[in-house]
Design a protein around this ligand. Structure first.
Ligand code: PA5
Length: 449
């Protein structure tokens, strides 16, 4: 069995003719993507990654993960954007819901904390409290090796590591995932002798979860990274070989673009399992950064249901009609609870006795899907048979492939992110970074009003 995309609930909004009429454009986008003739073609390494990844590097990752598991109570993963969201999504999806808080006997692997994805001194000081005097290691991840947020966190936590273990031992507890030859982090790794892992040149940050960027932290969490790659490889085959009419990824790209043309400018990724929260964060970056350019794109948003039915549900049901929803549905829940009968039915729940909590969750999902459809919010479904490494590998690849197709359908380069630089320039100027003197004057004047 495999992941499947189902848009049958949205038939009211999309006719079979419209889907058929998208076929040519989608096939051309696919051709552009796999032939490397489209814009951004220097960044297509993720397409074949599941079948031709570097096996030596893969073994090195597993070895490093074993060492970290053996000598650390805590692993700090330092990175931002594409350099952390995939790992966080995978660990939260695959491992215990309370991974860091549950007992070591249940977790069996180091606690894992993400830092360097904000510039909060409170967050970093609190993280120091969490580490306490326990053994820890650092995986610092930055493709460019020059991103400010992770660089600052690395400077701070490297100091903590050196104070605890001395320079030489600390260097053995630092794992650097970065470019193979350039950037400040690579230079640091070479001069200090950190073990290094490579972010391939032809894979951009948000497409890098199946490289060392994601794989090392995921392996430390105890998840099976070989199964993850297997799942991705099976979805790659499907994406490349299945005809349009049966191709889940191509149809997803087609349908969301049909909806966009009808004014559905916001896509909400929906889940009914809290462990999918960071999968949605990863997805938002993937689509937001790939498509949001040249004044175009679908705005990617996300909600966690049923939680957010009690906060955002009203808007989705009845607010401005620019939304569509894509539900990531776990078909078979990994764990079960049955509602028991009580002698006196004071809470009025005896009608549910003998039913599973997941049955109730699925009923909430089906009821909500129909209600939102009635409220003119098209609902699409991405069904995952189970919550495991294999299907997560499929899910990652499904969304990546559809993103490449969708970007080309939209007429943008899905593989660059020029807009991310604007805030950086201003921040550097305000901080007084050498080389930004003129901008600094201008910005200070503007801030003074
Ligand atoms: O997808 C992207 O390219 C970005 O989100 C990057 O991953 C992010 O900005 C971090 O960059 P780097 O890995 O160079 O520190």
């Amino acid at each position: 069995s495999k992941l499947s995309f189902d848009y049958s609930a949205a038939k009211k909004f999309i006719s079979p003719t419209e889907v058929e009429m998208m076929k040519k454009a989608v096939q051309m986008a696919k051709e552009q993507l796999i032939s490397g003739m489209g814009p951004g073609s220097d960044y297509l390494g993720w397409i074949d990654l599941p079948i031709n990844y570097d096996k030596d590097e893969f073994n090195k990752i597993q070895k490093a993960a074993e060492k970290i598991k053996a000598d650390s109570d805590v692993l700090l993963v330092i990175g931002i954007g594409g350099s952390y969201l995939g790992a966080r999504a995978a660990i939260e999806f695959l491992r215990h819901s309370f991974y860091n808080s549950v007992s070591k006997e249940i977790r069996k692997t180091p606690e894992i904390y993400f830092v360097g994805n904000n510039i909060s001194s409170t967050y970093m000081n609190h993280l120091r409290d969490v580490i306490g005097d326990r053994d820890f290691s650092i995986n610092v991840i930055s493709k460019s090796g020059t991103t400010t947020e992770p660089a600052i966190a690395f400077r701070i936590f490297k100091k903590l590591l050196i104070d605890k273990y001395g320079k030489e031992e600390a260097a053995k507890r630092i794992y650097a995932t970065t470019d193979k030859s350039k950037g400040a982090l690579k230079n640091l790794a070479t001069s200090e002798g950190y073990e290094s892992f490579v972010v391939p040149d032809d894979i951009g940050g948000r497409f890098s979860v199946l490289t060392a960027v994601g794989l090392l932290p995921i392996a430390v969490s105890g998840a099976d990274i070989a199964k993850l790659m297997e799942g991705a490889a099976s979805m790659r085959k499907h994406c490349l070989e299945a005809p349009y009419e049966e191709n889940d990824s191509l149809l997803y790209a087609a349908i969301r673009n049909i909806l966009l043309k009808k004014g559905k400018t916001i896509e909400i990724l929906v889940n009914y399992e809290p462990s999918l929260h960071y999968v949605s964060e990863w997805w938002k970056q993937l689509y937001g950064e790939s498509e949001g350019k040249d004044q175009k794109g679908i705005y990617p948003a996300s909600v966690d249901f049923t939680t957010d039915l009690h906060s955002m549900g009203q808007f989705i049901q009845d607010g401005q009609r620019t939304l569509f929803e894509t539900i990531v549905n776990i078909e078979n829940s990994s764990s079960e609870i049955i509602i028991e009968e009580e002698e006196v039915d004071l809470d009025g729940l005896n009608y549910l006795a003998g039913k599973s909590v997941d049955f109730i969750n699925k009923s909430a999902m089906k009821g909500t899907l129909l209600a939102h459809t009635d409220g003119n919010v098209p609902n699409l479904l991405v069904n995952l048979p189970m919550q495991n490494e294999y299907y997560l590998g499929q899910l990652f690849y499904f969304f990546e492939f559809a993103c490449g197709i969708s970007g080309y359908l939209l007429g943008v380069n899905p593989f660059d992110q020029p807009g991310v630089e604007s805030y950086k320039r201003n921040m550097f100027a305000l901080l007084g970074k050498p080389g930004y003197e003129t901008q600094r004057e201008e910005l200070l004047k503007r801030l003074e009003g």
